[in-house]
Design a protein around this ligand. Sequence first.
Ligand code: SAM
Length: 290
Amino acid sequence: MSGSPRIAPGHLYVVATPIGNLDDLAPRAQEVLDGVAAICAEDTRNTANLLTHFGIRKPLIAVHEHNEDEICARLVARLQGGDALALVSDAGTPLISDPGFAVVRAARKANLPVLAIPGPCAAIAALSISGIASDRFVFEGFLPAKGAARRERLAELAPETRTLIVYESSHRIADCVADIAAVLGGERPLCLARELTKLYEQSVRAGAAEVAAWLAADVNRARGEFVLVIGGAPPADDPRAGEGERVLRLLLREMPASRAARVAAEITGARKKELYALALQLGGGGAAAD
Ligand code: SAM
């Protein structure tokens, strides 16, 4: 049984942990980690460090992709016996490009209560600051590591109209952004969020080609952890898909956005308001880092 009156017996708590800044561990997350009988962790050493920082001592159970399935029966038996357990990963929200799915699935299958203790998630943090449409989005996790497979996947994703979110490591970030520019087009809106919540946190929002150039300009910019938020493809009836965009692009070379939108609307019959919004998107927001 759990030691804290606010921790319900037999419950599995899925607890989000910081993605860099330890102050982001919510008070309720601390209370749950302190109150459960044991904590299932992706890497027990990593979680031990986190717990030490908060003065929490708790038995840890290693749960990683290689032993998830076999450990589930043991965890379910403990939950059924009344132990409350927590599930954490190394950083952020468990199961989001992290282990834990088999544990949650097993608990659900056994009709055991599973509660979320929500908190940091790099994908959502990046989306929330990207300035790219956030009403509909697709989380792609990591794109394939090898160039040819990555470009193939990007080509499949090219017509997707919803915003795309991908995770990337420092080893591949430059190649990945270059591939996005090559396959989705250099003008495709892209927000690169780097080292979120950490000391060298940075984000840059521009067209994909411009972000690629920004990365190439300084090797230090390719260090750390990255989320890429990629604007979706224009829908078929969007002015970007047709003549409106072509004319607008030409006019934007010569005149300000509002005039270009008005003239492009007159020439093509596309809606001025939409062309103006597109003009701002095409011309607005340089590659300056925040
Ligand atoms: N479960 C985590 C979450 O909720 O975001 C993600 C774990 S996944 C194994 C690790 C990847 O998440 C990194 O390679 C990077 O793409 C992204 N990530 C994690 N922390 C980040 C941070 N502080 N800034 C930017 N990206 C981060």
